[in-house]
Design a protein around this ligand. Structure first.
Ligand code: IPE
Ligand code: IPE
Ligand code: MG
Length: 258
């Protein structure tokens, strides 16, 4: 546990009841550990996915309450197709359920739903519902909910390169900014904070480009148990981080003062 700005992450974990002074604009979450949550209770993995869905509702409400502007959630990766077909079917049916049960409510709450990832490979029926949810909520601005479904960071970069070539962009016009604009997240700021639940320390193909300077937070808590207090702990840890973007502490001090 390192000392960050004179405060350790351990200390920050002790103040979970209030909001920290600095709130990240864009929080991304790798919602991991549903299967292990279920296994620990002698339940089928799918019970963990259902519980994970319930938890998402709670965390979304907390994000709105905390003034987070953008929440990006990793719901299904391009690699998750490799899971047993029955589990894949359940994950598809959970998204279907969320779209049926939640979109009107999200719309009323001012949440703008966006999809990041490939529609290709998803059933036409589900594709239609995803597009409808995005269309219905497109003018909302209380919180942007980016749903990474059939998403892979490498696929996203390949897709961006293909589109750039298709648009006939000359090589000298290909810049970091241009690539950012061609990603599924085009137009949105990069995530400030990436949270991964269930104790894993890897990105699993999530926001590879956008996460270049994101702060990373990992907790052993499984996603279905990651509640508002856990989110506050993550936000406190973030508020004690010093983001240097390649510069020195002295330079950052000067920027803070100006
Ligand atoms: C995350 O939980 C949900 C998805 C990947 C869809 P997991 O299903 O990966 O749960 P663990 O990691 O096996 O516990
Ligand atoms: C990442 O979790 C994908 C999602 C949370 C949707 P995984 O459980 O699929 O990642 P790995 O396989 O442990 O790297
Ligand atoms: Mg997992």
């Amino acid at each position: 546990m390192g000392t960050i700005n004179g405060t350790t992450e351990k200390q920050s974990e002790q103040t979970p009841n209030t909001l920290p002074p600095v709130i990240p604009r864009h929080v991304a979450v790798i919602m991991d550990g549903n299967g292990r949550w279920a296994k620990a209770r002698g339940l089928p993995r799918t019970a963990g996915h259902h519980q994970g869905k319930e938890n998402l509702r709670r965390i979304l409400e907390a994000c709105v309450e905390f003034g987070i502007e953008i929440l990006t959630i990793y719901a299904f990766s391009t690699e998750n197709w490799g899971r047993p077909p029955k589990e894949v079917r359940i994950l598809m049916s959970i998204l279907n359920m969320v779209l049926d049960q939640e979109v009107n409510k999200l719309d009323q709450e001012g949440v703008q739903v966006r999809h990041i990832g490939k529609l290709e490979g998803v059933s036409p029926h589900l594709q239609k519902k995803i597009l409808q949810a995005c269309e219905q909520t497109k003018n909302n601005n209380r919180l942007i909910l980016n749903v990474a479904f059939n998403y892979g960071g490498r696929d996203e970069i390949v897709h961006a390169v293909q589109e750039i070539i298709r648009d006939g962009i000359p090589p000298e016009e290909v810049t970091e900014d241009l690539i950012s604009r061609y990603l599924y997240t085009g137009g949105l700021p990069d995530p400030d904070l990436i949270i991964r639940t269930s104790g894993e320390f890897r990105l699993s193909n999530f926001l590879l480009w956008q996460g270049a300077y994101s702060e990373y937070y990992s907790t052993p808590t499984y996603w279905p148990d990651f509640d508002k207090t856990e989110l506050l702990k993550a936000l406190w840890a973030f508020s004690h981080r010093r983001r240097r973007f390649g510069m020195t502490d002295e330079q950052i001090d000067k920027l803070d003062q100006s």
